[in-house]
Design a protein around this ligand. Structure first.
Ligand code: SF4
Length: 472
């Protein structure tokens, strides 16, 4: 059976909020388009972008237009200073010009050169976009891409299967994971690191993964210390700032490390810990909603679940070591890969079960293994977490990644911890439902789900509370 070789750095990607499929994906598609025509860039006279399906319907709320302008400008979403995004967009819109790849200046009118085809969806995936390239000699070319969730992008005609890298432990299913672990007497994170070594050495893996955690932790910290109203017109007030203040009313600290110590010193009552888990998750997704720097985990909309659970593990479960963080994220990534291969991590394909549900399963499994669980218990934890997200719809109000998205990350984090504890107290041999069963069920549920619940803002809460009528 062919397998898709996915690295932890495919699952966890550093980027910019608010959406991995509607912001990061189109941004990367624009960069790929430019790089595919590098030799002809100087001959471009006009670029137009056509957005289809879900990208057209919720693209404005998800910042797709901004992402496209940044991508066409040649900016790297991983490293671009967040503070430079707004001025770049203002300059393009004021001058009605864009410097393609940062060099070739051509006219660009965002209101007419970005076309939102609300009524049309391309057959391969609901998140399709085409770049229409016009050259000096009058010739034209269309280049079509699909943003398939989690910042993954494929070009028309391309397949995601059978990448060149051959892994020592090929994995398609949870059963494969279990088999490799049993065969070698290893944990899930051991198998993942062996596979990861097909791309890079152990030092590079460790450095890269700890950098991911650094970005996640910075996002939590920044989110807990940013007050105000989120952008987009829904007037949603940030909550992590007030929660942080009320949980640490007298603490004095000036950086992340001191803040972490202050939280730990505050006690370990159930409500105190629960409030912090909620706060960590809210903080990340408030940053995400305000075009902040986040890590897809596995998506931007669900970017708060894994950091919240890992931060909980670090502070309240004595998980504060580089080795423990590395293992946690390695295990989480493998669970995300299983869902990507066997179902989807795209809300436009499967609703919110594909985002929050998957992130919760990833976090549950990583926590269970980090707390001493066997690989079977870790897989069981992922199964339990997803089982109780099945059918979760995506109906963001105003097409913004704010309501229900931000709170939903808190819910996903808490469910992940519950699932991990249930698995740790349980016996996987008695489980009636395996992780592979629940992945298959999630995919079948995704296929049955009405498109109005798949990141289109055509149903659910999005209809109850139209943007502009909100009293938030
Ligand atoms: S409802 Fe869920 S899937 Fe939809 S945008 Fe929000 S977080 Fe993403």
């Amino acid at each position: 059976m062919p397998h898709e070789a996915l690295s932890i750095f495919d699952m966890f990607k550093i980027g910019v909020g608010p959406s991995s499929s509607h912001t990061l994906g189109p941004w990367k598609a624009a960069l790929r388009c430019l790089s595919s025509i590098e030799a002809q860039l100087e001959n471009l006279v006009q670029v137009q972008v056509v957005l289809y399906g879900s990208l057209a319907k919720t693209g404005l709320g998800h910042g797709t237009d901004i992402a496209l302008l940044m991508g066409l400008s040649g900016a790297d979403p991983e490293t671009i200073p967040i503070s430079s995004i707004q001025p770049t967009i203002e300059t393009i819109n004021t001058n009605k010009q864009i410097a393609i790849a940062g060099k070739w200046v051509i006219p660009f009118h965002a209101e007419t050169d970005i076309i939102f085809l609300m009524g049309e969806t391309l057959p391969y995936h609901p998140n399709g976009l085409s770049f229409l390239l016009h050259y000096k000699d009058g010739s034209q070319k269309a280049d079509t891409y699909y943003s398939i969730g989690g910042g993954f992008v494929v070009k028309e005609g391309e397949t995601t299967m059978e990448k060149a890298v051959q892994l020592p432990h090929p994995i398609n299913t949870a059963l494969d994971v279990k088999t490799w672990c049993q065969l070698y007497g290893l944990s899930i994170h051991d198998i993942v690191i062996r596979n990861e070594q097909a791309w890079r050495d152990t030092a590079a893996i460790k450095h890269g993964v700890l950098h991911l955690w650094h970005i996640m932790a910075e996002c939590i910290y920044n989110g807990c210390h940013a007050e105000g109203i989120l952008p987009g017109g829904l007037n949603v007030k940030r909550r992590a700032y007030d929660m942080n203040k009320s949980l640490l009313p007298t603490a004095v600290y000036s950086n992340y490390t001191e803040w972490k110590a202050a939280i730990k010193a505050g006690g370990n009552s159930f409500s105190y810990i629960l409030n912090w888990i909620n706060c960590f998750a809210l903080a990340v997704n408030e940053q995400n909603a305000s075009f902040g720097r986040v890590v897809t985990a596995p998506t931007n909309g669900a970017a708060g679940v894994i950091p919240a659970v890992l931060q909980y593990f670090i502070i309240f479960c004595d998980g504060d070591s580089e080795e423990a963080i590395l293992k946690f994220l390695l295990t989480a990534s493998e669970i995300g890969c299983l869902f990507k291969k066997g179902a989807t991590i795209s809300a436009a394909m499967g609703g919110c079960q594909a985002e929050i549900g998957v992130s919760s399963a990833m976090a549950a499994s990583a926590l269970a293994e980090s707390l001493g669980g066997t690989p079977e218990q870790a897989l069981m934890a992922a199964e339990i977490a997803m089982e109780h997200h099945l059918g979760l719809t995506c109906d963001p109000i105003g097409g913004l990644v704010q309501i229900p998205c931000i709170e939903r990350n808190s819910m996903g984090a808490v469910k992940a911890i519950t699932a991990a504890q249930l698995a740790l107290q349980g016996n996987p041999h008695h489980a009636k439902v395996s992780l592979d069963h629940v992945i298959k069920t999630m995919w079948e549920t995704a296929l049955d789900m009405n498109s109005k619940y798949k990141e289109t803002a055509d149903g659910g809460l999005a209809l109850q509370i139209p943007l502009g009528l909100s009293e938030c």
